[in-house]
Design a binder for this molecule. Sequence first.
Ligand code: C2E
Ligand code: MG
Ligand code: MG
Ligand code: MG
Length: 282
Amino acid sequence: VAKTHGKNGFRFFSEAIDTRVRNDLELEAGLRQALQDDGGGLWMAYQPQLHAQTGQLVGVEALVRWRRTDGQQVSPGEFIPVAERSSLITELGDWVLTQVCRDLATLRNSSVELPKVSVNVSPHQLLHGCGLVERICDTLARFGESPQRFEFELTESALMDEDGSVVLDAFHAAGFSLSIDDFGTGYSSFGHIKRFYVGELKIDQSFVRGLPEDGENAAIVRAVIQMAHALSLKVVAEGVETPLQAEFLRHCGCDILQGYLLGRPMSPDQLVGYLRARCSVE
Ligand code: C2E
Ligand code: MG
Ligand code: MG
Ligand code: MG
């Protein structure tokens, strides 16, 4: 690309790379510092997952949040990829799980016992995660938490990779449930999925966005739910923002709904308020 735009084109091109590299290095340094300060500026948000038919809380997804020392909030969509490339992801993943356990204890003090917590695990955690499952079990044991309440969200690439699939078996053997995140955006097939102990698929929000008008996405969502059910898998729809989307998904037999319509990702404090408010209306 650079050559065809001549000397100047190349300069702009390399300046753009410079800026990106500098930005990444800055994020990496900030994140490393945050982890050294035992997660200074990092915290976990929890987003409710509701039973599509009854509206009951089936669990929450744990989502990491970061406010830098300059007060700027950085989205995980930005810093998770940086953490993955720099292998800080292992440390970050350990911090996330520990913080989830701490938050569960805090919630318990407010008499909130969550049925299930889903924690995201990115591809690099699986591949370079020697002893990942063992470490997870150790952390849970330290806090007296049982594996049965934990679910791990993996992406389709975990199913496609030899090493990844070994780790999947280890998760299952330890008693954890597994969910395939962003389903439909990768290259896995139902043939792959049925070979592993996966209990749940999360339909990516890009398919949910255009519902119900978008005929193609509507057809995809309907077909995914049918095939998943034929394999005894539960289906979660993510990114549900409107009542019409929820209605369509319910109609298709989707099991679990997650999205701004049902609840935004929130701090443990806010989650207590959210659950109390729901109890009083039910
Ligand atoms: P994800 O696991 O697919 O998470 C869903 C994302 O969609 C979250 O973005 C969530 O805040 C957002 N979302 C939820 N409901 C709605 C909605 O109704 N509309 C829209 N437009 N968005 C909605 P978030 O929190 O920015 O996280 C982005 C990604 O970062 C996650 O995607 C996940 O892949 C990664 N991530 C987040 N936390 C962690 C973590 O603790 N560990 C790892 N390894 N990855 C994480
Ligand atoms: Mg997820
Ligand atoms: Mg997702
Ligand atoms: Mg996603």
